[in-house]
Design a protein around this ligand. Structure first.
Ligand code: GDP
Length: 303
């Protein structure tokens, strides 16, 4: 239900345009394909995906010897799901972690994309599953970032390990890991500063933070999640490329999907970066974070 509601904007524009198109064209011909291609590109689905989808559609239309546009929406959905049901999407399975081992999740991303909110939502999710969660205020650069994380910590009931603004993020991580181990916490979620102005600085800071973490727990961080704002469209792709070069990103959280009519960006990100989208943000509330599921997503667009 949440998923469906969160996609309302994309559905209202994209799906209704596809339906219009289908109603206007009786026959599936080249003009139809061309217009459909344009619609998909407008929804930010991404050129590679669109091309792959078009090939599949043409093949299917021929194979089924389709004379008219009846039922073409179902085939579009089916083929999109086919394209996106590759690869593992899930977040690290905490049940598979050695008993008593602390799981560390590192968050990266530019300011304003919804990183802090996502950390809060994910902490809430883990808490609801009965896990204990601690937060590390590793964004010591942006004024207010530490307080904002504390607000989320209070809201979801997770202790926040922090130092003063301007302190060394790696030192915060070290403290947080010690505290988390001492208290037997299940999951530690770490915030980081998202400065993109200087790629070398960004890379160095992330490397240092990761080094401190893995010195304490060899397999950690178990996930490095990049938060991207869906409403920024192609700009999100540019950010993702920079972060991908700066560090090993294990998954993407695409925020504010509810705020855009171009929800096709999910598909473009997956295909162009080859990094799985693990969660999508569908609102500002605690429980507005959903695991990304290609099937539910695509059928959510057309249902
Ligand atoms: P940060 O600077 O990256 O930590 O960003 P914040 O977490 O402070 O979020 C920036 C703004 O985006 C806040 O007003 C959030 O409420 C809002 N926001 C975050 N995630 C979502 C989402 O999934 N949907 C919507 N509609 N708003 C969101």
């Amino acid at each position: 239900q949440k998923f469906k509601a969160g996609l309302a904007k994309t559905r209202d524009s994209f799906t209704s345009k596809v339906n219009d198109l289908v109603a206007r064209y009786r026959k599936v011909d080249e003009d139809f394909f061309e217009e459909l291609e344009d619609l998909l590109l407008q929804a930010d689905v991404g050129i590679e995906t669109v091309m792959e989808l078009m090939d599949k559609l043409r093949f299917e239309v021929q194979r089924k010897n389709m004379k008219d546009t009846n039922g073409i929406q179902a085939i579009i959905s089916e083929k999109l799901v086919e394209i996106y049901e590759r690869g593992e999407e899930d977040l690290i399975d905490l049940n598979m972690q050695p008993k008593g081992e602390l799981t560390v999740i590192l968050f990266v991303g530019v300011n304003g994309v919804g990183k802090t909110t996502t950390i809060g939502k994910l902490a809430h999710r883990f808490k609801q599953e009965g896990r204990s969660v601690m937060l590390a205020a590793g964004d010591t650069f942006r004024a207010g970032a530490i307080d904002q994380l504390q607000v989320w910590g209070d809201r979801v009931g997770a202790e926040v390990v922090k130092q003063s603004e301007g302190s060394d993020p790696a030192a915060v991580m070290f403290d947080a890991i010690q505290a988390a181990k001492k208290r037997g916490v299940d999951v530690l979620i770490c915030d980081t500063a998202g400065r993109l102005q200087n790629k070398v600085n960004l890379m160095n800071e992330l490397e240092k933070v990761k080094r401190v973490i893995s010195r304490e727990i060899p397999d950690a961080p178990h996930e490095v999640l990049l938060a991207l704002d869906a409403t920024t469209g192609q700009n999100a792709l540019v950010q993702a490329k920079i972060f991908k070069e700066a560090t090993d990103v294990s998954g993407i959280v695409l925020t504010k999907l509810d705020g855009t009519a171009k929800g096709g960006i999910v598909l473009a990100i997956r295909q162009q970066l080859n990094i799985p989208v693990k969660f999508v943000g569908l609102g500002e509330q605690m429980d507005d974070l959903q695991p990304f599921d290609a099937e539910r997503y695509v059928y959510g667009l057309f249902a």
